[in-house]
Design a protein around this ligand. Structure first.
Ligand SMILES: CC(C)(COP(=O)(O)OP(=O)(O)OC[C@H]1O[C@@H](n2cnc3c(N)ncnc32)[C@H](O)[C@@H]1OP(=O)(O)O)[C@@H](O)C(=O)NCCC(=O)NCCS
Length: 173
């Protein structure tokens, strides 16, 4: 497995991993699955200072999600602007998603470590993780990568008929 920058040829695989969470979980507060056009525009926005990365491996099964260069895409992550106002420009927010069939194998950690490295290399000062629904796996992942607890925004989201908290963690760079 290796981590590389995401390319437009990875858009469909990224969208499949993401849409699984849109439909089945509270990991994202999106409610309507991305279209192929959403996938491409998301990738186009995640170039340069706010990149997207993918975890890829040699394909092994017909069920693999194929990305650019015929590689199997196991997960992805990205840095995004934290807030629009210019005073926040030195802060980024991260996101990490691993294909449900490949979890608990160190892939999320490898993606997040690469995002931290890129954020530092790109001159950002701090990374925020905003984690919906008190998601234990994501909290454990971020803690394992040196993020510290900031606090809880109570019941700021609603999905699948329930109120959802957002937990915020932060890592200084
Ligand atoms: C959160 C997520 C990215 C973790 O990816 P992963 O590849 O399974 O994580 P890793 O195997 O790299 O594990 C990283 C750490 O988190 C811990 N962890 C992972 N899943 C866990 C779980 N379900 N419960 C408790 N701890 C967990 C691991 O033990 C590991 O800690 P360690 O390195 O100290 O042993 C993955 O569960 C996922 O994609 N979930 C759905 C999408 C999502 O919630 N994304 C985050 C949005 S904020």
């Amino acid at each position: 497995m290796r981590i590389r920058r995401a390319e437009l040829g990875d858009a469909r695989a990224i969208g499949s991993i993401y849409n699984h969470e849109v439909v089945t979980s509270i990991a994202t507060f999106d409610i309507v699955p991305w279209t192929t056009s959403d996938e491409r525009s998301w990738l186009e926005r995640h170039q340069g200072a706010h990149p997207a990365v993918v975890a890829v491996a040699e394909p092994r099964s017909e069920h693999d999600l194929l990305g650019a260069h015929g590689e199997a895409v196991l997960g992805f992550g990205a840095l995004s602007p934290y807030r629009e106002r210019p005073g926040y420009a030195t802060t980024v927010e991260d996101s990490v998603y691993v294909d449900a069939r490949h979890r608990k194998a160190g892939i999320g950690r490898a993606i997040l470590e690469e995002l931290i490295r890129l954020a530092s290399a790109h001159g950002f000062h701090t990374i925020i993780a905003r984690i919906g629904g008190r998601n234990e796996a994501s909290i454990a992942l971020h803690r394992a990568c040196g993020f510290e607890w900031v606090g809880v925004e109570r019941e700021v989201g609603r999905k699948h008929g329930v109120w959802l908290d957002v937990v915020e963690l932060q890592r200084m760079l």
